[in-house]
Ligand binder design. Structure first.
Ligand code: ATP
Length: 535
């Protein structure tokens, strides 16, 4: 490994893992950045926890402070005797256990010229199953992510505009171009795309992800237009009568504000049928008419304990369901376009399915219907992977869910997600056993279920809202306070990566490289001034 440039020196008063150092004033450094300490060739990797500029002359109360306010030139004079004092935390020692002595050099990270250098920088023997992700800030060294820890789930959090979607595109690109023994392989993935940020990956920008994939499709809830588009339909037999009754009632009344009598009765009627009849009963006009007749007939029987007005309430909900879900979306089908055999195709072809929930791909689809779809897909994934496992085949699949708070909300978030919560909790808790990786993306980690958050083992933190800091701190279990403080002011394109997948094993600030092709997507913020001037 080459030696990085010397930029400072270690001061006295160091403790075992905590050092103080002086750094050249013109060095551009950031909290979270990594540096090397060189104590007579004994090297230690440190993270900048904090830093401040010190000036020999400057005293807040002194005369000089007053003159500074009047005379800008004074800065130049002061600058000559300014120095950076930094607190440094040791995160790795290279073949020694000592604490660097005062006077040790502080060096920038070295230049890495080949794989051998990279392996010795990380202190590892092989790069197999490791993915290069972004660059450690202040260097060209990639952060290495361990693919084998992906089933411990990933969380990508950041406020609006902080760069989550671009990062996700970058991650999908990386997970589509994994080099394993000179072959390009892709991780089978299903993406719940909230805003159409990934749809171009199934069409104009397919080459970004297609090298290792033999199957890439976009599922839409409208007539398909592009070559790789498929109209999404689902099979209702995976749901219980209670779940279907709740869904139908919620479409009319909104979540949790429906009439319990109507709900219980509809559940009861559905329960008199086998699960495999639901696609006919709730997926066809004749089926819904049959169900309506059954409800009315039962209501006319005094012993049923149900009044005709309750029955009418249920029927009006069924009509709304018929209009929205059956006639307009054509969502229900026993030969659904997304089934366990689709998952087998995805596995075999290392495929990618993008479920396009954007206004363009799924016009007018409400959140409850989206929950039904996500719940359906999550159940299929669970059933498919558990069955495969019990039959002796280990499969792996990633399920990426954007706007995770809409599917696994915390108690503080005003959304009820009865349909999705349980199955996603199951995937989070048992996923590792049978090979599922949940990738959860959210603007507001505070609104994501705490239990599920605690199951995530690798985090990508972009700039987050102040209110989210405390959730992020407790979920990630050990983000240093200095980094946590900086979370609210991270620049777009910078991310703190912490957790099991990071070979660094300690939270690290990473820069995500900008690639204009990866950057061309729906979330891309147009230059308003340019658009206006072009008319
Ligand atoms: N790594 C990066 N380098 C440079 N610019 C970036 C980077 N990532 C994102 N940007 C810029 O920031 C803008 C916002 O990024 P992005 O759409 O990914 O944010 P977001 O967090 O997904 O926002 P939202 O939650 O509103 O969808 C992009 O249009 C792009 O211009």
């Amino acid at each position: 490994m080459e030696e990085g440039e010397i930029i400072g020196v270690v001061l006295q008063k160091s403790e075992s893992n905590e050092l103080q150092g002086l750094i050249k004033p013109d060095e551009e450094i950031s909290v979270g950045q990594l540096l090397l300490i060189d104590d007579s060739k004994k090297l230690s990797l440190v993270r900048i926890e904090n830093f401040e500029f010190l000036n020999e002359f400057f005293d807040e109360k002194g005369e000089i402070a007053k003159s500074m306010l009047k005379e800008p030139l004074i800065y130049e004079i002061l600058d000559m005797n300014t120095i950076i004092k930094a607190s440094l935390h040791i995160i790795r020692r290279y073949n020694h256990n000592t604490t660097p002595k005062p006077g040790s050099f502080i060096r920038k990270l070295p230049e890495i010229n080949d794989e051998k250098d990279l392996l010795s920088f990380y202190g590892i023997k092989s790069k197999e199953a490791l993915i290069e992700y972004g660059t450690l800030v202040g260097s060209d060294i990639p952060l290495l992510l361990d693919l084998n820890a992906i089933t411990m789930h990933m969380g990508i959090f950041g406020e609006t505009g902080s760069g989550k979607s671009y990062n996700m595109r970058y991650i999908i690109h990386k997970l589509s171009n994994i080099k394993i023994r000179d072959k390009i392989i892709a991780l089978p993935m299903i993406v719940i795309d909230a805003n159409g940020d990934y749809t171009d990956l199934a069409s104009i920008n397919i080459d970004l992800i297609s090298k290792g994939r033999g199957w890439i499709k976009r599922y839409v809830l409208k007539d398909p237009k592009e070559q790789n588009d498929i109209r999404l339909s689902i099979d209702l037999s995976v749901f219980t009568p209670r779940e279907l009754a709740e869904f139908i009632m919620s479409l009319k009344y909104g979540e949790s504000s429906y009439n319990m009598l109507q709900l219980n009765f509809l559940e009861q009627v559905l329960a008199t049928h086998e699960n495999n009849e639901y696609n006919f009963l709730l997926g066809t006009n004749t089926g819904i008419d049959t169900l309506k007749n059954e409800i009315l007939t039962m209501a006319q029987n005094k012993d049923s304990g149900i009044s005709v007005s309750t029955a009418r309430g249920i029927i009006s909900s069924l009509e709304i369901f018929r209009n929205k879900v059956v006639n307009r979306l054509q969502l229900v089908s026993s030969s659904s376009s997304f089934s366990e055999s689709t998952l087998e195709i995805i596995w075999r072809n290392k495929g990618l399915a993008i479920i396009d929930f954007s206004a363009e791909g799924s016009p007018g689809v409400d959140i409850i219907t989206k929950q039904l779809i996500v719940s359906y897909i999550a159940r299929l994934v669970f059933n498919y992977l558990t069955k495969s496992k019990y039959n002796g085949y280990q499969r792996f699949m990633a399920l990426l869910i954007e706007e995770a708070q809409n599917y696994i909300p915390s108690n503080d978030y005003p959304i009820n997600a009865n349909l999705t919560k349980d199955i996603l909790v199951t995937l989070a808790t048992q996923g590792r056993k049978f090979g599922v990786s949940l990738i959860l993306v959210s603007q507001r980690p505070a609104f994501v279920d705490k239990y599920v958050l605690s199951m995530i083992n690798t985090f990508f933190f972009h700039r987050i809202y102040h209110e989210d800091v405390k959730y992020v701190m407790s979920a990630s279990g050990g983000l240093p306070e200095s980094l946590a403080k900086n979370l609210t002011s991270l620049d777009t394109g910078y991310v703190i990566v912490s957790g099991l997948m990071s070979v660094m094993k300690s939270p690290t600030l990473v820069k995500i490289p900008w690639d204009s092709k990866l950057g061309s997507y729906a979330g891309y913020v147009e230059r308003i001034d340019m658009a206006l001037s072009e008319g």
